[in-house]
Design a protein. Sequence first.
Length: 277
Amino acid sequence: MNIELGKYNKLTVVKEVDFGVYLDGGEEGEILLPTRYVPEGLNVGDEIEVFIYLDIDERTIATTLHPYAQVGEFACLEVAWVNEFGAFLDWGLMKDLFVPFREQKMRMDKGRKYVVYVMIDSDSYRIMGTAKVEKYLSKEFPKYKSGQEVDMMVWQRTELGFKVIIDNKYAGLIYSNEVFQPLELGMKLKGYIKNVREDGKIDASIQKVGVKGIEDFSATLLGYLKENGGHTNLNDKSDPEDIYDTFGVSKKVFKKGVGDLYKRHLIRISDDGIYLI
């Protein structure tokens, strides 16, 4: 059995003691699960899923707590404290995640949040974080299709828009002119692949793209009109923010949806809005 440090492992209880239970760690030997984390009714021979990390004395230990990220994942974490060696980030466990100065792009400040990658230090075999996340994003060519739904985390703001980490693997970009909701560092949200360029760079979107996205919004708009007396005071001349506040879509998607319903002779458009026919 090989224990994966910094990840979840399913281990078997081999011994009960006054201060917890010991789990079978294979080549690592017996691993303590302290009393505070032992669920009621757990007995010798039972299997339990635990997170394995190193305690303040660098001993391998188990917990049933769930950290905000495990080894191999990206996360946005807040700095709990700083000393002469680096920063310590709150990642949901009793022992904070260490980010040495050499792994910081800029000196981290207490109370601020940073996007980091959780890794194993090859020299010390300790779990640590690094703010140099670019090094750990995949260099493989993304095999996404346009319109495919993905998980995204906002990584950083740029002149063009917002960089995002897609499916905990790839870098992507949402352009500023296609953002109609507040985005914050570390925010996790569903998104869509807009385009994968020849160089492998990904253009992403918060809203569905292509024909399917238009069809979905057409149905949404039609339902809205039916539920609101057959009328909305919004039209293709309305402010993009007003459109987003009401429907959660860009003006571009709104106009295409309106056009779709108009071609199907389901609505009429006037200066004071849109009416259901």
